[in-house]
Design a protein around this ligand. Structure first.
Ligand SMILES: [Cu+2]
Length: 278
């Protein structure tokens, strides 16, 4: 009786201790594995240089289009340097590899939701980047009706006409370039770049630097895209802990860019993607 009692007592105590030890050690082991994964990853960075060909900073629309309803002044670009304005419209992303970062802690722009407002008869901003599966909201902030539609292959849609205060949201399941317009105001043009995964970047600051942190080893294609230039692709191999510098020189066709139109022949995402636009 006393033996049974003592055995019956000891065994649970040991297993409780073991469980307690596991509870302490398991998170440490997970953290160790996670940090070792980070050590094996590498950063990709580089400089986006736009060739000196310029676009006009504002597109002037014909007066006849705006005679109905309250007068809404056409908004102006806040970026006064046209070169910097075009450089900010270059998008970099990775093809190949895993899904990419899910959190913003790596310094990566990883949000899968974006907003393009309709304000002062313009889409603001005129370019957003989201990973496939992400969504874009289109709130109308003007005291006039706007409309948002796209004929682009990766996602064609028509949100109809809607007034100030309304917003509508579109989900973009496929990667590709989606050009967005307003049927009521032909000058309004925006672009949604839908990337294959969460690895994407744009030039930050005046030096044209972009950065994608913590990329796992593997073979990738780094893609640079601009509306009038199209796609520039570079093959890379990421090896453990070896950071890469991948620079891009992006020539801009001045006539195509200043026409305010969308690229046509150069809009294909390439093999493996349903990225053809228009
Ligand atoms: Cu409009």
């Amino acid at each position: 009786m006393s033996i049974t009692q003592s055995v019956g007592f000891r065994v649970p105590l040991r297993s409780v201790r073991r469980r307690a030890a596991l509870r302490v050690l398991f998170p440490i082991a997970v953290a160790a594995v996670a940090s070792s994964v980070c050590l094996f990853a590498a950063d990709i960075s580089g400089t986006i240089t736009v060739k000196e060909k310029l676009t006009r900073p504002s597109i002037t629309a014909s007066v006849a289009m705006y005679q109905r309803g309250p007068a809404v002044e056409l908004g102006k670009d806040t970026e006064t340097d046209p070169l910097a304005a075009e450089r900010s419209r270059v998008v970099i992303w990775l093809e190949g590899g895993g899904p990419g970062p899910r959190s913003a802690s790596s310094g990566q722009a990883s949000a899968d939701k974006a907003t393009i407002t309709q304000e002062n008869r313009r889409f603001e901003p005129d370019l957003v980047v989201i990973p496939a599966g992400g969504s874009v909201s289109f709130p109308n902030l003007d005291p006039i009706f706007h409309n948002v539609f796209s004929l682009s292959k990766p996602k064609s849609f028509d949100l109809g006409n809607y007034p100030k205060g309304d917003t509508r949201t579109v989900v973009f399941p496929k990667p590709g370039i989606v050009y967005v317009n307003c049927r009521l105001h032909p000058n309004m043009a925006g672009t949604v770049v839908v990337t294959p995964n969460q690895w994407f970047a744009r030039a930050a600051g005046k030096d044209g630097q972009y950065e994608m942190k913590g990329v796992a080893p593997g073979n990738y294609t780094v893609v640079a895209w601009h509306k009038t230039t199209g796609f520039i692709r570079k093959q890379i191999t990421v090896t453990e802990g070896q950071d890469l510098i991948v620079d891009f020189l992006v020539p801009i066709d001045p006539e195509a860019a200043s026409a305010g139109g969308h690229g046509t022949e150069v809009s294909h995402m390439g093999p493996g993607h349903n990225g053809a636009a228009r």
